[in-house]
Write a protein that binds this ligand. Structure first.
Ligand SMILES: [Zn+2]
Length: 454
């Protein structure tokens, strides 16, 4: 008998071409997928040290949130319906008052929320005390791509957050040396630049060079606000993407979060450079504008999705998929009678294999294939909003949500079974995060009008 560490029986499997294999088994050995086969061929000869009955479930790749902020987890609700400048009035006082323990408490809750929503990997754009986020990722079992959000110039930045160019690089490299490949290789450390307005040319150049020397990536906010565009035009006579490109920063190892306020020329440039454009539809539609997603796709760009953190909503990539599809249809499809301005199933690719490419792990995760790492989720599809359906893939793209995630496996390890954590104490994590929220709110002088800490 062939014995697996983890065996999922009798499930449906979402294949890389987005077709569904019915009545199948998935066998996992250590951290990798060892078999995906129809039940009928093999079921009698297989066993698992742990077995999951997959009846009524769809196995699909874990979702990858390619732009998020773990350190803002406790800001939930605090930026909603607020007037400008949210960055200066709320985000900076909050982030600059966080201790490493505060960030750790929030980051554990962040991991809990992600995993329960089927997000098996995330790319964090950085915040204070990112070693605490890396530590929470190591302990929770999630896959993580973490940066420091380096800033060496600009207004509204408290002294503790602004560093010299040399300090910024040294701190990022320390994080790299301390945490890169920790957690059985699940944690990767990248370089980070907060955005163009807070980065000196020297910092951009140094990050561009050092990231290539270390063979790692860079995470930036790009073309998010018009202020950033004006800044680059005034200071450098270049648009933001052109300015970053002049230092060799644009390439396949770059996550360009938001990528909204781009000229058509910049769209062409980032497509040619194979930059990973990461849209965050909820944040973009609220504060930044419509992305040029159909043009980016037509030019062959890799587009992935991000939640932009929990401060103004929830960590639910299914929601982001739907928002982007609706937004693109409204903005580009309607006026030319094109129902396929952004096909719904394309958003499913964005949340899975495109996300894997964005974090440079497309050979390891992002699809369910034999030999790849076992990062997968089981959706409970026996629900009135998901079945019956004649088109399961399209239904998942348009109607599934975080609550449909029943089981979660990362790196071959079963972390969530029947929506309950096997390693983490969810209630205790939420309780500690609640205490932290009250403490930080007081310290930062933020008004906590109606705190609820559970
Ligand atoms: Zn962001």
């Amino acid at each position: 008998m062939e014995l697996f560490d983890l065996l999922i029986r009798d499930c449906r499997v979402l294949l890389p071409d987005l077709t569904v294999l019915p009545n199948a088994i998935i066998g996992i050995c250590q951290d990798r997928i060892a078999r995906i086969e129809p039940n009928a061929i093999l079921a009698r000869d297989l066993g698992g040290k742990t077995t999951i009955e997959g009846g009524g479930k769809l196995a699909m790749p874990g979702l990858i949130d390619c732009h998020t902020h773990a350190a803002q987890q406790l800001l939930r609700g605090s930026v909603v319906d607020e007037m400008p400048m949210i960055w200066a009035r709320i985000l900076v006082p909050f982030e600059s008052n966080l201790t490493p323990e505060d960030v750790y408490a929030g980051a554990l809750l962040f991991c809990v929320e992600n995993l329960k929503a089927g997000i098996t990997g995330f790319a964090d754009a950085g915040g204070p005390h990112m070693e605490s986020v890396a530590q929470a990722a190591v302990e929770s079992g999630i896959r993580a791509n973490i940066t420091r959000s380096t800033m060496d110039m600009g207004e509204f930045i408290p002294p503790g957050m602004k560093q010299t160019t040399a300090e910024a690089i040294a701190c990022n490299e320390k994080l790299y040396h301390d945490y890169h490949n920790r957690g059985d290789g699940r944690v990767k450390i990248w370089f980070g630049l907060r955005q163009a307005m807070t980065s000196s040319p020297e910092l951009v150049e140094a990050v561009s060079i050092r990231s290539k020397e270390l063979g790692t990536g860079v995470h930036i906010h790009l073309a998010e606000h018009l202020d950033e565009v004006s800044h680059c035009l005034q200071c450098y006579k270049l648009r933001p993407a052109e300015w970053f490109d002049s230092y060799g920063l644009l390439g396949p190892n770059l996550i360009a979060a938001h990528s909204v306020r781009l000229s058509d020329k910049e769209v062409k440039l980032i497509s040619e450079r194979k930059v990973n454009a990461v849209h965050c539809p909820r944040a973009n539609l609220g504060s930044h504008g419509f992305s040029k997603t159909p043009l980016l796709l037509a030019l062959g760009a890799n587009i992935a999705l991000g939640t932009d953190g929990a401060s103004s909503g929830r960590l639910d990539l299914f929601e982001q998929m739907r928002l982007l599809q609706s937004a693109m249809q409204a903005r580009y499809g309607l006026e030319i009678n094109d129902p396929l301005a952004l096909p719904a199933v394309e958003t499913l690719r964005m949340a899975t294999i495109n996300g894997a490419r964005a974090v440079m792990l497309q050979e390891e995760i992002g699809t369910l294939e034999v030999g790849k790492k076992a990062d997968l989720i089981l959706l409970d599809i026996d629900k009135p909003h998901l079945s019956p359906t004649a088109h399961l893939t399209k239904t998942i793209a348009t109607a599934a949500g975080a609550e449909d995630v029943n089981d979660v496996i990362v790196n071959g390890q079963l972390l969530v079974k029947d929506r309950a954590f096997l390693l983490l104490d969810e209630e205790e994590i939420r309780r500690k995060a609640g205490e932290t929220l009250l403490r930080v709110g007081k310290r930062a002088g933020l008004s906590l009008a109606m705190p609820y800490t559970g």
